[in-house]
Design a protein around this ligand. Sequence first.
Ligand code: ARG
Length: 576
Amino acid sequence: MAHGDVGLELGARVAGALRRGLGVEITPVEAVVRPSTREGADYQCNAAMSLAKRIGKAPREVAQAIVDHLDAADMVEPPEVAGPGFVNLRLRDEWLRARAAGLLGDPRLGVPAAEEPRRYALDYSSPNVAKEMHIGHLRSSIIGDAVLRLLRFAGHEVTPHNHLGDWGTPFGMLIEHLVDEGHSADTGISDLNRFYQEARAKFDADPAFAERSRARVVALQGGDEATLTLWRELVGESTRYFQKVYELLGILLTPGDIYGESFYNPYLDAVIEDLDAKGLTTISDGAVCVFPPGFANREGDPLPLIVRKSDGGYGYASTDLATARYWAAERGMSDLLYVVGMPQAQHFQMVFAASRQAGYLTDAHTAVHIGFGTILGEDGKTIRTRAGGSVKLVELLEEAVQQAAKTVAERSSLDSDRQVEVARAVGIGAVKYADLSNDREKDYVFTWSRMLAKEGNTSVYLQYANARAHSVLRKAGQEPAGEVLITEPAERALVLKLLQLPAALAATVEAYAPHKLCAYLYEAATAFTAFYDTCPVLRSDVPAETRASRLVLTKVTSDVLTLGLDLLGIAAPHEL
Ligand code: ARG
């Protein structure tokens, strides 16, 4: 049985009190009941302050009305008005105990599934063929995968699609280079960046090669079979490489999720026709443009979205219009999500605006650019993979596992096979968690020592807390079952925290903000550590009911940490 957000449940009670006491109608959300750090309060209601203005009463008077009419004696101790008009709410221990006991064995751990499931199309990872994935693709893969898992757990239907950069003029030179190399993919393009750079250098230095490349683009666009075969070879080699990275990272994307730019080619003409039919196109310098309202450059001139270039070719923007058309109109998705770096924010805002003008998106649709900042090196500059030589993704991830192996070996009693597995969980987990635990819109500094630290808001800390819980459960020799008792403050604090998972997940999903879940998991692990340090479980002088109760709390904690980490795409080994 899913109970959901305790704050909202209290909010509903507060709303009832206001209806009865003052004849005011508000929603449970508008009751603003939040976890409180005030002495003696678990939650506090902040609604009186804002309501007071609205209904022309003093805040304390409104707060008093809430207190007088609150029907929640089953849930909270008699409430109190505090300060300028807060209502302090302290949950009754009996209520907390019953709720906590209900979490044992509940696979959703109290989290309700969406009442009205939506249909999401989620664009993430989206690297470019014949190029190394860069840090932006790493972030997109990690964040996008967490969003996928979170939305699915919330009860929605999510279709991921990998918007591979697999089309456009560079493919002329890449194919010609492949021909020159004797078109054997494994000798030619195993080093993707080098292959791209060689082609580029030849293109710039050798006019005959440049000429062949241009002719090749025409052949490719014209559907020449021999050319398409070579193109497929390039795409295949790249996707095999990307798949390797996904597997290393534990990203759910499969080759079947690839909807590359080329996929939308058959729809591009229809996009122009739609836009023409709505009178939205303008010819500007020979190019077909749309000027969605509200976008201007510094001089105040309207900004164009170029739908067809003056040479007749289609570009990045045209493909994205076709993408919106396909997922919203043809596939019937209600929400289009794009996990792409912040530099493309304006591009997406313009694509969304034009898609609304074109009628691809209606009021029933949402379109969201889930943007993110960059990863900085310890010198404060962007970690680059482009400019040759520097950080390569696979190398970076392999290093993460090696670094983690050192940490694990230091204190582990595991055999060497398990150590390798655990090092992977710890190392890859650390890279992912470092990314996910930071507000995605901000840049963050990539520091091995910080991301692998055993203390602080790291995946390693969460994994250790979980492993400690498992070790207690293993040694107990009995299945956790029975009542939850609250005798120590640390038990009460842990129970309160465990009951906040639904609220944390709701906030995380609402803002596509995995760092909110990370912050919650860190608090939960911290509460567990305090409990572990002050509340003995297996010691012989602990009464049987207390021991059983503490085993239940230990089990639920490990379930919460395991589920939370899983929703972030991070493994939670039982032993470290
Ligand atoms: N391939 C692009 C890049 O590397 C990202 C594509 C993002 N998705 C999209 N629908 N535009 O920048």
